[in-house]
Design a protein. Structure first.
Length: 301
């Protein structure tokens, strides 16, 4: 039995479907409020991607990363755990709870979804929190794998495209930094391999897309895909902060995002975020999805 924590995230839902397709028994941790609002437990309703292509369904268990006792209960009979959560001011405590629960439950492998750059030390809070969690896991004595994905390609259709104004411009504070953005389905495929195939315990994998793109490069691809002029305009952090707050993000989230992009800028055009690794092809046997692939499969917006 594999317990997936964060099973309704983009990576998590694709992972659950992949594991079911591989014939694994899967349990998804859901928070009580979400379980109630999704029409009850035990079925696929409300769990979107939790159904394999053959019709197999994941079971669900109620729990919360803030409550270690609920995690120990959720890990009853579980051999392996996949751990991911939303970015949150309490995320380090949450992930420590899950690692402690896995140790108490004598879980055989914990795979943690981290972020590219977490192994190098960074002033950005988003990355720092992952570094702290990864170090805690490495010292826990549990067999582990750490998966470090770069920025998600899915941010482009979900956030960038809707932000394009009537003048064709979208705004950001990435400067000239190039980022090898990665498809979340590809990250899930890597996680499925390390969870189900032997020989990965103790490894850390940097997971990137096939090409490093600046936001000017993204604008050029969007213009091509949307069939109209699109341009990227770099603006000061304060302007981005106001826009993020205006879009309803909390001050903590807005500042964490700005810190991440400051880190991209600081690392430069060919910095750490521009690296292209062979992890996806090496582990899954297929090439990583590009922005062009994603845009070709995305309904026009
Ligand atoms: N966005 C990027 O470009 C990017 C790039 C690299 C790495 N990352 C990292 O990827 C991770 C996921 O980010 P995301 O934006 O994809 O997340 P997300 O869509 O917000 O999903 C997060 C998942 O965490 C679960 N969760 C949140 N709080 C929980 C709690 N207290 N107890 C149990 N489960 C909880 C959510 O459950 P519910 O479904 O019940 O809400 C959801 O399934 C983060 O660690 C982030 O730092 C993000």
């Amino acid at each position: 039995m594999i317990l997936v924590i964060g099973g309704r995230s983009k990576i998590g839902s694709a992972l659950v479907a992949d594991l079911l397709d591989r014939g694994e028994q899967v349990r998804v941790l859901v928070r009580a409020a979400e379980a109630d609002s999704s029409g009850g437990l035990g079925g696929s309703e409300g769990l979107g991607g939790s159904v394999g292509s053959g019709g197999a369904v994941a079971e669900t268990v109620v729990g919360d990363l803030a409550d270690e006792g609920s995690l120990v209960a959720a890990m009853d009979g579980v051999e392996k755990v996949f751990l991911l959560s939303s970015p949150h001011p309490d995320a380090v405590r949450w992930h420590r709870n899950a690692i402690d629960a896995a140790r108490r439950s004598e879980v055989g492998l914990l795979v943690r979804s981290s972020i590219l750059g977490a192994d190098r030390g960074s002033p950005a809070d988003f990355i720092n929190a992952h570094t702290e969690c990864d170090r805690y896991l490495e010292k826990s004595g549990l067999p582990f794998v750490i998966v470090r994905p770069n920025l998600f390609l899915q941010n482009i259709p979900e956030s960038t495209i809707p932000s394009i104004g009537a003048d064709g411009a979208f705004y950001g504070d990435a400067g000239e930094a190039r980022i090898s953005m990665v498809d979340t389905g590809d990250v899930a495929a890597v996680a499925a391999v390390v969870l189900t195939e032997p020989g990965h315990a103790g490894a850390g994998y940097d997971v990137t897309g096939p090409e490093a793109l600046s936001y000017a490069d993204v604008a050029a691809q969007l213009a091509e895909s949307l069939g109209r002029p699109v341009s990227y305009v770099d603006v000061p952090d304060d302007a981005v902060r106001q826009a993020l707050l205006g879009a309803g993000l909390t001050a903590w989230f807005a500042d964490a995002l700005i810190g991440l992009y400051q880190d991209y800028r600081r690392s430069g055009r060919d910095g750490y975020a521009a690296q292209v690794t062979g992890t996806i092809a090496d582990l899954t046997g297929r090439p990583p999805r590009s922005l062009a692939d994603l845009l070709a499969g995305t309904a026009p917006l």
